[in-house]
Design a protein around this ligand. Structure first.
Ligand code: ZN
Length: 365
């Protein structure tokens, strides 16, 4: 599209979960959304269907694969795969690669970075994280807060090989000091947590979000709800727990059994969290062991867990964007939107096949 071309999206423009605006059309002029029909527009291209704000994948990794950092051409492919899937806003939950160059590419999804993972030595996937001791946590959190885009990522628990089970990585005091430092620098903090035992300390230490959160229990759910701590369950990733458990069975039977229990109750955990008022967002964990472009699958998983379809949609669109401080289909906002053939509120599986993906006002898919 040239800068003078106008895009006319008509059908149904879903501006929020309640759709109370009742919009049936919008225009894209100069890469931005407007609800005022442009006067004397020439070269108008029309797209019909149900329009949503560009989807959010609130937990993925660009610049990372199963072995560690990847070259820029691989990062580019990862970002393009997200784009194809309609995921136009990514919260990168930790990457050892410098992907800043993507910010200069208006044909690639927007990324909100959490810097590089911060873990304890030998307590995470090799080549991913800064591996440090608790006394260095504040300094590393400060550094990643400055490098990122308003988020810092901790590895909150991982297998302790001596114990043969998952266990918490950070003493309460270290976490508290580090989270306070991040907040002082204007960054929010999130942590990878599979198990139960790290959660209370991290929430009481002031954390803003928990990734995976499979260890949420009935006694912790009210605490999360009261403090407004969000979770990003990454159910498409939790689906791999039985395979991981099988692989580790011989050496770490206790850990394997624990992983299986967390997997078995995953839907109950997510539904109970949602029902208690804990904000739940869509994230896929693509970019570690998982392929990119799974955002539709994760929305479907949230529905399977018992979250009402329109709220599962909101967890990747309106609510997710508000949580990350980015606009939806607002007047004057960058035109990042996805158009579908059918109403995604009726059946979220529609998300798997976008009719058109529009990024910064250009049709890119
Ligand atoms: Zn991850």
């Amino acid at each position: 599209m040239s800068d003078h071309a106008v895009l006319h999206v008509k059908g149904r423009v879903l501006t929020g979960p309640k759709d109370d605006a009742g919009r049936d059309e919008l225009w894209v002029v100069g890469g931005r959304i407007t609800y005022d029909r442009p006067a004397a527009a020439r070269d108008v291209r029309t797209v019909e269907g149900w329009a949503l704000p560009g989807l959010v994948d609130a937990h993925c990794h660009v610049g990372l694969d199963a072995h560690g950092p990847v070259p820029d051409d691989v990062s580019e492919k990862q970002a393009l795969t997200e784009r194809e899937a309609g995921a136009l806003l990514l919260r990168d939950a930790g990457s050892p690669s410098d992907t800043r160059w993507i910010d200069d590419r208006d044909d690639l999804p927007k990324i909100i970075r959490a810097g590089r993972h911060i873990a304890r030595p030998r307590r995470y996937i090799r080549n991913y994280a800064h591996e440090i001791e608790p006394e260095d946590l504040v300094a590393h959190v400060a550094r990643e807060a400055r490098r990122g885009d308003g988020w810092v990522k901790l590895v909150g628990d991982w297998i302790d090989r001596d114990l043969g089970d998952l266990s918490a990585c950070w003493p309460r005091e270290a976490a508290e000091a580090a989270i306070a430092e991040a907040h002082r620098l204007g960054a929010r903090v999130t942590a990878h947590c599979f198990a139960e035992d790290s959660l209370r300390d991290l929430v009481e230490a002031g954390i803003d979000c928990i990734e995976h959160a499979t260890g949420l229990t009935e006694d912790l759910i009210p605490l999360f709800a009261e403090r407004g701590v969000a979770i990003v369950p990454t159910l498409v990733n939790i689906a791999t727990f039985p395979d991981l458990a099988a692989g580790g069975e011989a050496k770490y039977p206790r850990w394997s059994a624990h992983m299986r229990r967390l997997h078995e109750r995953r839907y109950d955990t997510v539904r109970a969290a949602h029902d208690a008022g804990i904000p739940v967002y869509v994230g896929t964990d693509a970019g570690g062991g998982l392929a990119h472009g799974l955002v539709a699958g994760e929305v479907a998983e949230l529905v399977t867990a018992g979250i009402p379809p329109v709220e599962a949609l909101s967890a990747t669109t309106w609510a997710a964007r508000a949580w990350l401080g980015r606009p939806g289909l607002d007047e004057g906002a960058p035109a990042d939107l996805v158009v579908y053939e059918a109403d995604p509120r009726t059946d979220v599986r529609v998300l798997a096949g976008p009719r058109r993906v529009v990024l910064n006002g250009r049709i890119v898919a």
